[in-house]
Design a protein. Structure first.
Length: 164
């Protein structure tokens, strides 16, 4: 009995190690954060030209700092933006719902490590196989370049969605 419990624990440990080792890694070394759907919601968004529904979520460090009005956000903050194709609801045509998964993106705060890009590390994982975006670490220039206009808001476009 004891052996089978130990065996089972060993299996679980091995299984979780395999999962961790299997996470896709961006060319700049940032591994996918698998928990982004259980983080707190910061805001939804809709991109007209791409016809995407998105939600922006954040880990606890990011969300509590945002709620406290901190700018810049502290090291350890991670924000995710997950996008789906926007589709008409089959049973209610004026409603739009998330269809196929498009991609998930991350911004990871480490003021020292990522000092050349506003203190943020960027990563994008595309499609159902979560293919890391970019042929080399230089891809971040594209991300950072488009986030520069909001430098005053710690390079973040999204603010907490208003609630009463
Ligand atoms: C052409 C401009 C543009 C580029 C390029 C771009 N972003 Fe963004 N990003 C935005 C805008 C606008 C938002 C606001 C939310 C939205 O678009 O739905 C945003 C939001 C985000 C967010 C949520 C936090 C925030 O700032 O609102 C993350 C995370 C993010 N982008 C990651 C990335 C990554 C990673 C890349 C590169 C692989 C990237 N972005 C490239 C324009 C851009």
């Amino acid at each position: 009995m004891r052996n089978s419990i130990l065996g089972c624990m060993a299996f679980l440990l091995t299984a979780s190690t395999i999962v961790a080792a299997d996470l896709p890694v961006s060319p700049n070394g940032i591994a996918m954060y698998p928990d982004y759907m259980s983080w707190k919601v910061i805001a939804p968004s809709y991109r007209e030209d791409k016809v995407h529904i998105r939600i922006i979520t954040g880990n606890d460090i990011a969300v509590s700092a945002m709620r406290a009005g901190k700018n810049p956000l502290p090291d350890g903050s991670v924000l995710a933006k997950v996008a789906w194709k926007a589709e008409k609801h089959p049973n209610f045509p004026v409603a739009t719902e998330p269809g196929a998964f498009v991609q998930v993106e991350f911004m990871v705060k480490d003021a020292k490590k990522y000092k050349d890009t506003g203190g943020w590390g960027f990563a994008r994982f595309v499609g159902n196989n979560l293919k890391p975006y970019g042929t080399d670490a230089g891809f971040v220039a594209e991300c950072f370049g488009c986030h520069v206009p909001v430098a005053k808001n710690d390079y973040l476009y999204t603010k907490m969605a208003k609630t009463p």
